[in-house]
Design a protein around this ligand. Structure first.
Ligand code: 5GP
Ligand code: MG
Length: 176
């Protein structure tokens, strides 16, 4: 039997409205030219939407990406973070807005924020599209959260399951 398609958890209209609100929340805390760092691959759509919403509010971010993958769930030991790609923007003394798709156990955000601080970032803000607070194992919060969701595996809006579903314009729930 083919796997069931994802069911809509958050539709395009809800996402677009929340992106506008997040930009409104973040813009007053940002300098005119912050560095926005998106975490690949999952945050590529979120990053694209948020920088354009920030642009409408007069923010002119430099955009960069880091590619990390965590293998907390099934494969190797929990909390191991593999760095596939470093960013290219100099971060020393800069304000950085770090974006991720989902804040789950907190391992990824903790490791990456620690690493950015070591690189001499002057002011670090974090924003995530989704937060699953019930799954946290590292005590960390994002400065700006799109939606808090219950535990469950979500796809779409950049997020995948085995590289599939990233293209979906909505956030959907996969049946276990
Ligand atoms: P953490 O390090 O906080 O446990 O995990 C964060 C990363 O795990 C996210 O950036 C995301 O890549 C992945 N992840 C966690 N929950 C989900 C989920 O429900 N769906 C998808 N597609 N990825 C998830
Ligand atoms: Mg990720």
């Amino acid at each position: 039997m083919p796997p069931s398609p994802p069911t809509v958890l958050l539709n395009q209209r809800q996402i677009a409205q929340r992106i506008e609100e997040m930009a409104q929340e973040l813009a007053p805390q940002l300098t005119e030219e912050p560095v926005v760092v998106g975490l690949l691959k999952g945050a590529f759509v979120f990053t694209a939407d948020l920088v354009r919403a920030l642009s409408a509010l007069g923010v002119k971010p430099l955009v960069d990406f880091l590619w990390v993958a965590s293998y907390g769930q099934a494969t190797t030991s929990p909390g191991v973070l593999q760095w596939h790609m470093e960013g290219h923007q100099p971060l020393q003394g800069r304000q950085v807005l770090l974006l991720d798709d989902i804040l789950d156990s907190g391992n990824t955000l903790k490791r990456v924020t620690d690493s950015l601080k070591e690189k001499g970032v002057s002011h670090l803000l974090t924003a995530v599209m989704l937060d699953k607070p019930s799954r946290r194992s590292v005590p960390i919060q994002a400065d700006c959260v799109g939606f808090c969701i219950p535990d469950g595996f979500v796809v779409g809006y950049g997020m995948d399951h085995g590289e599939r579903h990233r293209q979906l314009p909505f956030i959907g729930l996969l049946e276990p």
